[in-house]
Design a protein around this ligand. Structure first.
Ligand SMILES: Nc1ncnc2c1ncn2[C@@H]1O[C@H](COP(=O)(O)OP(=O)(O)OP(=O)(O)O)[C@@H](O)[C@H]1O
Ligand SMILES: [Mg+2]
Length: 328
């Protein structure tokens, strides 16, 4: 059984095609990741599945309900954690969740119990009476996950749930998210541009410029790169590249001060390389392909470079702000 079925979904904004002919199915009880750089169409897709946006064409079925024809049914059966926080900062954690339970028609006799359970699940029960405005970024995100499961949805949508969090809070939140299928029977659909998060999903779709360019389990996707990558340093890299190419037929190339050798089975090739190059070798390391390598192979660019750009932009904005502040 599929919790989500999407067929040739397309969305254009005044001629700009944000999502183009996207198709995928998400099995019940699994974690599905939508991985892609900024502007890829992740939020647009999630908003269509949550019935916030109407598609230009194609179909989306969530929990057996058609997103266009039965939007109310869809909404009652899902939980959402948006990219930007939507908590009421002037209410306590408990009040935020109780208000949500009322909105979602959780029966009165069950409301308090469900709110308490959700708060306990994300370890915020002890902070239930604190105002949200006093919460850290990580706590707010956890509270949003708690709120999204108060009405016991079958599918939870999370749009970049860990964006902007420090590594420790990211890990904490991530632990709760990965426990949802087993402990709450929830199917998780999430978007991210963090490779390590995509890594833990049961299935991933890689989306770029509105199109799904590959999908499968992380293992399946990594096979697209074909084997392992060996990085070598030698006393004479130019000569070594020639030797590796001529004697072993490897597609060895020089990258900065290292030789890059893609091979099918790293363990088997390293001894062969050492035998051939002998004392010339000063260091060897082997790397399994990462999802970044997959994205690089498919698109010719890295997802992470974009993140770097963003943080550079942010740093520049902070510097500009400081300059103004210093002057004024
Ligand atoms: N309301 C809108 N009107 C016009 N264009 C839009 C609108 N919303 C999104 N777009 C455009 O659609 C494209 C996809 O945007 P979307 O927000 O879905 O990307 P995303 O993958 O979620 O990116 P990010 O990682 O930055 O959140 C972008 O080019 C964006 O500018
Ligand atoms: Mg987005």
């Amino acid at each position: 059984m599929y919790a989500i079925q999407v067929d040739r979904l397309t969305k254009s904004y005044n001629g700009l095609v944000a999502v183009s002919e996207v198709s995928f199915n998400v099995p019940e009880g699994s974690i599905f990741g939508f991985l892609g750089p900024n502007g890829a169409g992740k939020t647009t897709t999630i908003n269509i599945l949550c019935t916030i946006l109407k598609p230009s064409s194609g179909t989306a079925v969530v929990n057996g309900y058609d997103c266009l024809k039965q939007p109310d049914r869809v909404r009652q059966s899902i939980g959402i954690v948006f990219q930007d926080t939507t908590l009421d900062k002037d209410l306590t954690a408990y009040e935020n969740l109780l208000y949500h339970a009322i909105l979602y028609n959780v029966p009165k006799r069950l409301r308090k119990q469900k709110v308490r359970e959700a708060l306990r699940f994300v370890d915020l029960y002890d902070r239930r009476d604190d105002f949200v405005r006093r919460f850290s970024g990580g706590m707010k995100r956890r509270l949003e996950v708690a709120r999204a499961i108060v009405h016991q949805p079958k599918v939870l949508f999370l749009d970049e749930p860990t964006l902007g969090l420090d590594p420790q809070s990211r890990k904490g939140l991530w632990d709760f998210i990965t426990r949802l299928p087993a402990e709450h029977g929830v199917t998780v659909f999430m978007t991210t541009h963090y490779m390590d998060e995509a890594e833990v999903c049961d299935r991933i779709a890689i989306i770029d410029k509105g199109r799904i360019i590959a999908q499968g389990s992380p293992q399946e996707l990594k096979k697209l790169v074909g084997g392992d990558v060996i990085y070598l340093k030698t006393t004479n890299n130019m000569d070594s590249v020639e030797i590796l190419r001529e004697k072993l037929g490897f597609e060895a190339t020089l990258r900065a001060d290292e030789i890059f050798v893609p091979v099918t089975k790293g363990e088997a090739c390293i001894p062969e390389i050492i035998r051939l190059l002998g004392d010339r070798v000063t260091s060897v390391r082997m790397q399994r392909p990462t999802l970044n390598d997959v994205f690089l192979k498919l698109t010719g660019k890295r997802i992470r470079e974009e993140i770097q750009d963003q943080s550079d932009q942010l740093k520049e904005a902070i510097r500009a702000y400081r300059r103004r502040f210093d002057r004024g």
